[in-house]
Write a protein that binds this ligand. Structure first.
Ligand code: NAP
Length: 484
């Protein structure tokens, strides 16, 4: 079965990688259109399977189709190809200069593992699938067992777009099955890249598997993080209560089931008591809300139980009794000295749990920053004057994350051209890439240089005439002009 899947995918690749950009963009837009037309069926199904509220799922579908349209417009625009031309010079002395033209081309069939916490935007027609399709790669999608019916329905929408666009069947293949099936997909010699969103254990296992193939392939695994928030005295002096409230709102949003959930907050000793009180006040009446599935709720309460065995913690709010599906928010405090003593305090708890770490001095904060694991995001809540005094800290924190925020909270990831959703290991397996935003397409393309290739044979993106009218770098300068 796996061989048949890859035979279809590889055959489709030969055709799909060569279709005009406008046909590919039309295909992507058709996916968005069909998803939108099926909103009345998709939304209730996703709500039923994920326990997420209807408003959230409706918004997520909008985010999904918005994402598809973003990639369609990029494909039309063509500048993502990074067409770069160093024209030749046969008269150069002492040796003639070769004509070299480089651009990005798709890598081949991509295996995508969707996330449980975004049944639409990070799943079947999510950012990984769509950025791979936009790059010109067929996708083999391994459905997530937490929302099988939604996954199948969305796959049918994509397949309908494939048929209506007269593309080969193998452009998108939806596969159901467990861990063995997922591993067989990653191991298959025809797979050229893997995209994954989920647990550290899953992402790392697939990364190792791909690295140990006869032909190693890249695995872009987004495995989440604890997204620390650093707070500073002047800012707290002026805005303590609203900051505590916005922290609690971000922490408990969606039962804390976000990879950007801020599970760690550093608070100066002088503000320990008032900040703790403000957080306790903001969180006290928040009841548990349903988690994605019983397995996630069980994992959440197991993590809480572990932390309850640690004497270093003082509980600001304890979780309610273990529940089969509801995740009750919890927060505990710990001194920075204790936090520094054990890496266990850096582990992600998937759900609305946070550690408030109380620090004594800027020096201690530097020690924290040195020890901190790689993160998707780090947030700094400080006034400009005090942040200027922490230039060395900020410099160090740049090395630890993919997105550094100076206002607001890390939950709520914009889908745009400048977004970076991917940080140093262990938050992802490749911090040079992003899984959200237009940059995600680069994961599924590789550069190729054509040397002295005749004009008639060159891809349109590199021809002198610039028939696609795309922005290119010619002799080092960005231009849409043709080459004379
Ligand atoms: P997961 O257990 O990592 O599973 C994600 C996908 O990867 C599933 O399709 C799963 O297959 C597959 N998979 C997992 N381990 C594998 C392995 N060793 N070999 C092959 N395939 C493997 O993630 P989840 O079910 O979504 O949630 C579990 C935990 O992941 C959560 O409690 C949370 O800690 C974390 N999580 C993180 C994020 C994030 O944003 N980074 C998002 C969601 C969840 P099957 O399940 O079909 O076997």
């Amino acid at each position: 079965m796996i061989d048949d899947i890859f035979a279809a995918s590889s055959a489709a690749f030969i055709q799909y990688k060569n279709i005009p950009a406008s046909t590919k963009a039309d295909f992507l837009e058709k996916i968005a259109e069909i998803l939108e037309a099926n909103r009345p069926t998709i939304v209730p199904l996703a709500v039923e399977e994920s326990n997420l509220p209807e408003g959230r799922i409706n918004g997520e579908l909008g985010r999904t189709t918005g994402q598809v349209k973003l990639f369609a417009s990029m494909v039309r625009d063509g500048s993502w190809l990074e067409a770069t031309i160093d024209p030749g010079d046969s008269h150069r002395e002492p040796l003639p200069k070769a004509d070299i033209r480089r651009m990005l081309i798709p890598v081949g069939p991509v295996v995508v593992f969707g996330a449980s916490n975004f049944p639409l935007a990070f799943s079947t027609a999510g950012g990984d699938t769509i950025s791979a399709l936009a790059a010109g790669c067929p996708v083999i999608y391994k459905g997530h067992p937490a929302h099988p019916k939604t996954s199948k329905l969305v796959a049918e929408c994509i397949n309908q777009a494939v048929v209506e666009s007269k593309l080969p069947d193998g452009v998108f293949i939806h596969v159901e099955g467990g861990i063995e099936v997922g591993q067989a997909l990653v191991k298959h010699p025809a797979a050229k890249a893997v995209a994954f969103t989920g647990s550290f254990a899953g992402g790392k296992a697939l990364y190792d598997l791909a690295a140990n193939r006869d032909e190693p392939i890249p695995v872009y695994a987004e495995m989440g993080s604890v997204n620390p928030v650093f707070t500073f005295p002047e800012k707290l002096e002026n805005e303590l209560v609203p900051l505590a409230q916005s922290y609690v709102s971000s922490l408990t949003l969606g039962a804390g089931q976000f990879c950007t959930n801020p599970g760690l907050i550093f608070v100066p000793k002088a503000f320990e008591i008032p900040f703790e009180a403000a957080v306790a006040d903001a969180i006290k009446d928040l009841a548990g809300s349903p988690m994605l599935h019983p397995g996630i709720a069980k994992a959440y309460y197991e993590s809480i139980s572990y932390y309850q065995t640690r004497n270093e913690l003082k509980w600001i709010k304890v979780a309610g009794p273990q529940h089969e599906i509801h995740g009750s928010p919890a927060i505990a405090s710990i001194s920075a000295a204790d936090w520094l003593s054990d890496d266990a305090f850096q582990q992600e708890v998937f759900g609305a749990f946070a550690l408030m770490v109380v620090y004594d001095s800027p020096n201690e904060l530097m020690e924290v920053a040195k020890k901190l694991h790689g993160q998707l995001t780090i947030t700094l809540w400080g006034d400009i004057a005090e942040l200027k005094l922490h230039a060395a800290l900020i410099n160090l924190l740049e090395e630890k994350c993919g997105r550094l925020l100076f206002h607001g909270v890390p939950t709520g990831v914009e889908v745009g051209y400048a977004m970076q959703h991917g940080g140093p290991y262990p938050s992802t397996t490749d911090s040079r890439t992003t899984s959200v935003g237009s940059g995600a397409i680069k994961r599924f393309a590789r550069p190729i240089a054509f040397q002295d290739m005749p004009q008639e044979l060159l891809p349109d993106a590199l021809k002198n005439e610039n028939p696609l009218k795309i922005v290119r770098q010619v002799n080092g300068k960005f231009t849409v002009e043709k080459i004379k």
